[in-house]
Design a protein around this ligand. Structure first.
Ligand code: GLY
Length: 363
């Protein structure tokens, strides 16, 4: 299956999903990017040290074949690449290589490569084009689509960032074959999130087909990715700048970011989001907000996917981490709470209410 989803944001673009797409850049890149290549422009291929040996050469060759002068830059794998130091080094790499606003950055990798490349593209010379080439499930279904770009600060995750849409997203589903089981499971947390916030039928499908147990079913994988991207499209086109509806995509994330931070980023984003979704669902059920049985059902599903549902931190630790998150507004916290599978809402609460809720969700 090959699928193209048009994301009609202020700067519209296509998301292409399918097997072998890294070899089809000539066909899939938008005309304006192909014109840069034809004119001998520069392609900055930003990837990480895990992805580079797998797909770096092939992607570089395919970009060269289009006419690009390819400059490859390889960052460390993991969140350290989203540090201020790494960001500044990459800006210097662009400036030192005389990259101009006519050139293009290609982000090859997972969410870290995508977020960093996007923020570089948004800020270098006040904005140059970039293309997302996601190679993880998490990047495919979430971070590569919607234009959120960011780096981390010592005070918290994604605290310096910009909304900056890519010129295209090209997701070669074959790249998922080389993902470690834990990294694949990480992406599944975001997939389950879409079922919880938006689509009960997708949630049922995920319960009937445990994705980590059917990794050879490429058709299923591509269909699920396309379903998630289409949900993200529907949300993002209504609220590109995250002022309301888009907050729903943060289900499990406010607590999840706190968990990541409390663990010194030893707990992965997907695992932290899984814990966050489980905690907030348990809490909502205890408060009588959410349909009975949802929390147990979610816990069982997460565990079937190899994802954790309990966080190894106290309520106070979780709250302290949440208070440094950027989702804090007007002295309160926005938490996404479930009503039932497929339906969540945004709840604004003060710190005392959040503390009570968290305590309920942890026991
Ligand atoms: N990852 C959440 C969003 O794009 O809004």
């Amino acid at each position: 299956m090959r699928k193209t989803i048009h994301v009609d944001t202020a700067h519209p673009y296509d998301v292409h999903i399918g097997a072998g797409l890294l070899d089809d850049l000539a066909e899939l890149l938008p005309e304006k990017i192909r014109n840069v290549a034809a004119g001998g422009g520069k392609a900055v291929l930003l990837t990480d040290e895990h992805v580079d040996p797998l797909y770096g050469d092939r992607t570089a060759q395919n970009l060269s074949a289009l006419g690009f002068q390819v400059l490859r830059t390889v960052v460390p794998a993991g969140e350290t690449a989203k540090s201020g130091d790494c960001y500044l080094r990459q800006l210097s790499f662009l400036a030192g290589n005389h990259v101009s606003r006519q050139d293009v950055i290609f982000a090859l990798g997972g969410g870290v490569a995508g977020d960093l490349s996007g923020f570089l593209a948004a800020t270098y010379q006040r904005g140059i084009p970039f293309v997302q080439l996601p190679t993880t499930l998490l990047a495919a279904v979430d971070s590569s689509v919607g234009g959120k770009t960011a780096i981390n600060l010592p005070e918290g995750k994604n605290l310096a960032g910009a909304f900056y849409q890519p010129s295209a997203v090209i997701m070669d589903t074959d790249t998922l074959d080389t993902l470690e089981p834990s990294v694949f499971a990480d992406g599944c947390a975001e997939v389950i999130k879409y079922g919880m916030i938006w689509d009960a039928a997708l949630y049922r499908r995920l319960s009937e087909n445990i994705l980590p147990s059917c990794r050879s079913d490429k058709e299923l994988q591509a269909e699920i990715i396309a379903a998630c991207v289409d949900i993200k499209r529907q949300v993002v086109v209504q609220d590109e700048l995250d002022k309301g509806l888009r907050n729903l995509l943060n289900f499990g994330h406010t607590i999840g970011h706190s968990i990541e931070k409390n663990s010194g980023f030893a707990i992965s984003h997907g695992s932290a989001v899984a814990m966050g979704m489980a905690i907030v669902t348990r809490a909502a059920e205890k408060e009588g907000i959410c349909e009975k049985g949802t929390a147990d059902g979610l816990k069982n599903l997460l565990e079937a996917y190899g994802l954790p549902a309990e966080a190894p931190f106290t309520t106070e630790q979780l709250l302290a981490g949440m208070l440094s998150d950027k989702k804090i507004e007007g002295g309160g916290i926005n938490l996404i709470l479930p009503r039932k599978i497929g339906e969540c809402f945004i709840s604004h609460m003060d710190v005392a209410q959040a503390q009570k809720l968290l305590a309920g969700g942890r026991s």
